[in-house]
Design a protein around this ligand. Structure first.
Ligand code: EPZ
Length: 421
């Protein structure tokens, strides 16, 4: 298993490029494989473990996929299989995205019920509720979701849950509704950049979705979707992670391809902490003064501060003098990174869904373990800022969502080596 060995204390300087969005690629590839008649060519696809895992799911369901030089070619076959078994779904929760499309295309689906994960329980009741409102009959038995319908019919629904709108439920229902009869209206739809990117892709395939980027989507059902060519939006979370990398090392970094419109909340939060951001058309320059400010922040659905940036920001705040407070309002148990940061000398206490971060003057290198994707990312950030050597194990979590992370960061001055043990 790979480890990352980081020699900390290097100031980052230079340009680092952001790849395509993981969380947009996953549903887009599902839609291309199951909903489309004819082949699709998807550009700006990141080379990630999650994309590999999804390709194996799609191959089992009946698509032929080829990935080379950031381009994913998908050719759906005539025979689509309606079952996504446990062995595949357990590797990646996003496999649940096949449920709506299979139902729309075949009138039935059998998909393993995804379990919880390191960031909490992660229910799917809103996916089920939305699909039932489109007329699906759904039963959960033996760890599987069995869904069936004679014909999906457009409906009016509200998809907000206790923690706000759901990205996954919005995407799943939106995909199913593209081929339903009549119009579907989703109120309290998720507005994350990857949801909008999926909607744009579906429209490029021939769907009729209105209200993209707003919390009310209107989907007029069509008879057929066709394969198309599309380019995935830059990954806002990878961009945000690099922005924090610049800040945590006191660096001067240009994050190329970062899109301001998708990073307003991250920008506002970093600015409030005192990080200097200079937005250009093709990215953002991040420079860091000697003193940063302690702040209070709370994660929220887009356009609020993303939960997927909470760990990275907590890492930065651990080195900012004063007391910061971080509220995690989306995945309320998502604090697995805190114990590892504390092993490096941070002073962070978690109570319920709130972390109190007392800034320390320095972190020191230690052997640490990634427990999920973003918890892994913050350990790399902390390792770069720490004194001495940090060895991050369970790097496969990081590889799920960051393309060649050590290469990209080494390119701007970090000292990170990947070793295979
Ligand atoms: C997506 O997960 C992302 N994953 C997550 O990114 C991200 O953290 C999350 O959205 C929130 O932004 C992908 O896009 C593949 P949700 P998803 O449904 O769709 C509750 C990363 O690091 N909820 O928007 O699973 C849920 O418990 C990953 O890249 C229900 O109650 O998230 C949570 O509190 C991790 N019932 C909130 O809604 C449901 O049916 C938001 O979850 C569904 C969700």
């Amino acid at each position: 298993m790979d480890k990352l060995v980081i020699n900390g204390g290097k100031r980052l300087e230079g340009t680092v490029s952001v790849s395509g969005s993981k969380n947009a690629t996953l549903p887009v590839a599902v839609a291309a494989s199951i909903l489309g008649d004819g082949a699709s060519v998807i550009n700006n696809v990141p080379d990630l473990r999650d994309v590999e895992t999804l390709r194996s799911v799609l191959e089992v369901l009946g698509a032929t996929t080829k990935f080379k030089d950031s381009t994913l070619h998908i050719a759906p076959r005539n025979e689509i299989v309606y079952e996504a078994p446990y062995d595949l779904v357990r590797k990646m929760r996003a496999s649940i995205y096949v449920l709506g499309p299979l139902l729309a295309r075949l009138g039935r689906a059998k998909v393993s019920f995804p379990g919880g994960c390191a960031i909490g329980p992660r229910p799917i009741d809103l996916h089920i509720k939305g699909l039932e409102q489109l007329g699906a009959r759904i039963e959960i038995k033996g760890g599987y979701i069995y869904a069936q319908t004679d014909r999906l019919i457009g409906a009016d629904m509200d998809l907000s849950g206790v923690h706000g709108p759901s990205v996954g439920a919005t995407a799943n229902v939106m995909m199913a509704a593209t081929l339903a009869e009549g119009t579907t209206r989703i109120r309290n739809a998720a507005r994350e950049p990857h949801v909008s990117d999926l909607a744009k892709f579906l429209n490029a395939m021939g769907a009729e979705i209105e209200g993209i980027g707003t919390s009310e989507l209107k989907i007029h059902g069509v008879k057929q979707l066709l394969g198309t060519e599309y380019s995935i939006v830059p990954d806002d979370i990878e961009a945000g992670t690099f922005m924090v990398a610049g800040a945590i090392t006191g660096g001067d970094v240009f994050v190329k391809n970062a899109l301001q419109a998708n990073l307003e909340a991250v920008s506002a939060t970093l600015s409030e902490a005192g990080v200097q951001l200079d937005w250009k058309e093709n990215g953002v320059r991040v420079t860091t003064p000697r003193h940063l400010n302690a702040i209070e922040l709370s994660t929220e659905p887009f356009p609020g501060f993303p939960t997927d940036m909470q760990a990275q920001m907590t890492g930065l705040l651990s080195l900012v003098s004063g007391t910061s407070v971080v509220n995690e309002a989306i995945h309320t148990d998502r604090f697995m990174h805190v114990a590892e940061l504390n092993r490096m000398g941070a002073d962070i206490r978690v109570r319920g869904n709130r972390a109190t971060v007392r800034g320390v003057p320095k972190l020191s290198g230690a052997p640490i373990m990634a427990s999920d994707l973003r918890a892994g990312a913050v350990l790399v950030l902390a390792g770069m800022a720490a004194e001495g050597e940090t060895v991050v194990s369970r790097v496969y979590h990081i590889d799920r969502g960051y393309e060649r992370i050590e290469e990209k960061l080494t390119g701007i001055g970090a000292d990170i080596a990947r070793i295979d043990e």
